[in-house]
Structures are given as C-alpha cells and as structure tokens.
Design a protein around this ligand. Sequence first.
Ligand code: GLC
Length: 393
Amino acid sequence: MELKDKYLKILKSNQRMAKGFGYTVPSSFVYPHQWLWDSCFHSIIYARLDDYDWAKDEVRALLAGQWGNGMIPHIIYRADLDRQQVDWGTEKKTSSITQPPMVAYAVEFIYQRTQDKQFVQEVFEKLDKYYQWLDKERSDDYILSIIHPWESGQDNFVPWDSVYGVKNPSNKELNKIKLDILKKYIESGLDSRKFMNKNVFNVKCLLFNSVYLRNLSSMLNLAKIIGSDKTEYYQQLIGKVKKSFKKHLYNREKNLYTSFSEGQSLSKDFEVSSIFLPLFAGVLTEAEAKELVNDYLTKQDEFWPKYPVPTVSANDQYFRPDEFWRGSVCININWFIYRGLKKYNLNVAAQSLRDKSFELVEKSGFCEYFNPINGKGYGPSDFCWSGLIFDME
Ligand code: GLC
C-alpha cells in the first residue's frame, strides 16, 4: 500500500465527532482525546491533503473547548469518553493548562489554500482572545512563561531536569514530578501569575516562544484579511516580542538561543533540537541561520545522524536515542525545522531532512517517536502528527 493510503487509513480510524464537529485523536488507544497542538498539526495535514472540511472542523472542535478567559486547554475530554485520569483542579472536561499556540498558523494555512474569508471571520475573535490571554497572563517583558512541562509539548525534555534539580531521572520519577507541579498549580487556584511568582516551574521555553512569535505573524495576516482593527495591536506586539527574544532567550556564551528559567540558560552543557526553532520564528539573520545549520544541524555526530533530527544532540552525555524527548526523533520537530530552513532558502538541508523523514516513516510506520541511529519506531504506530511529512515538500 502507498504511504499516503496507509496514512489516510490511520486518519480515518482516529476521527471522532463531538458537538457536531469532527476532530482527530492523536492515537486511538494511547491518546483517545483531543490535544491542542496535535489538532493544529492535524488541521495542517488535512489542508495539505485537500480535506478542508476536516481541517476546519479540527479547529472548530478545539475552539469549542476554549475557556471563558481565553485559554485553550491542552487536552479536551469528551463526555462520551470519560477517561479523565488526572485531577486538573477544574470541573470542566478539559485540562487546566495550555500547549504551544499553533492555532493561528493552522487557520492561516487553511486560508492560504481555500481563500475562505468567512472561516477566518468565524474563528478570529476566539483566536484573538487566546493570544491576548497569553500576552496578559504569561508574558514578562513580552516573553511567555510556561508553568508546567506539559505546556511545552516536550514533556520529558532534558532541559527541564535542571528546573526540577534532578539528573538522569527515571520515567517514574518524571511522572511524579509532573503530577506534583500540577498539584501545586491547583493549590495556587490555577492563577498563572501567582504560580509564576512562586518559581515552581517558570520556564521561558524557546519552542513555545518561537511558535508564539510565528503565530503572531499569522494573527496579523488574519487581521488584515478580514480588515480587523486588531492589525495595529499585532504589528506592535510582534516588534516587541522580537526585541525581547535576544534579551531573554539568547545565551551569549554559546551564541545560541535556548530556554531560560530565572535568568539562567537551561542548556549549559548540552544542545537540544529547539535551538533550531528560531529558524521557524524568523528571528535570525540569513548569516546567523546559515551558521546555525552548518555548525550544529548538519553535523553528523550532533544533529545529523542516519535519521535526523534527534531531540538531544547525539554526542551529548544525556542523549538517549530510544527515549521520548530525550534524544529520539519527533516528526513535528523535523517539520518545524524543515519549515524554518525553507524560510531561509536553505533548500539543500531542507530537501535532505524531508527525504530522511520520509525514509524513517517508510521504514517504521507512523510512530510517535523514532531512534535516530537505527530508525526503530516507538510509541503508538497510528500517531497522526507523523503525517506532517506530507507537508514537507
Ligand atoms: C505527549 C506529547 C505531547 C502531545 C501528546 C498527545 O504528551 O509529549 O506533545 O501533545 O502526547 O500526542
């Protein structure tokens, strides 16, 4: 069977209906609910495969879970699927935290392919409320904080270890730490500002902020498309966020952007794949982009083993090729990097990353994560965001 047909079969079996809207679960058994950034990726993939109805519905279903204050929760549970195992400190059938804010990009992507202004009109106010919530609740000098590792989308990411004060933790330890942080967040009344001040987990995550900045450009474009009076707001905000990037997310000693917490860079003695996210955000000069790619990305012993791009550099002490967010490959990260490379016209590296990502999925299926050395796939093999390879051409 052709790779695309195989994928369409997976998509179809992961489609669900809620409140009259279709949405897609990341994986039918392991992730049987709706997740924020997964749905944005699904939406992009649907649009890429010309299924615009599903692409739009995925966004509609996501926005149906939006809280009154504007937050879009990272998980939406459905009444008919009551497998909520975690106490989120809310009566709502959702989690109480968010995830990388990719939704404006997804809507702009749909618009670019459909020219459907009415759809933009339909969702704009809700999107605006979400991005304003992020700015109001989470920003400190225009850079956003995440208050839980799950908000980064990179749950077990190595840079977060130093925030917890642990080295080489086991999965069991990590799970306990994540639940403890959530408990403390609930104890502070789900008040992000209050919780940020406690510095339990207050991280200026490079991926989250790169996604935010790129999505603010989408908001600006969407505002222009519908002639909204928010154009000025987004224009100004983009300028301010861009300026703050260098101030708060740049590690001068390493000459790299990294995540920070309490003014400290979170990757002092190792490198992770999010150093390439500034390509997606568009904050680098052409010379800086080229340098980053030559000095780190395409180095065989660092981020370019047989199957790039490992989430932790292959020559670092913390590199674990078979662990989730601790050295394995995730297709969504490859997609971000691919899109960033295209933005800077670094087409040779982009094409090669595209080819190697296809090779990986052809070899091991639509898995959740992969071993960068031997290509072995891990996690569920009906994992939908791995279909982002179809938007890598
Ligand atoms: C895991 C991932 C997260 C994703 C979720 C659903 O928790 O770390 O990024 O959104 O699974 O696929």
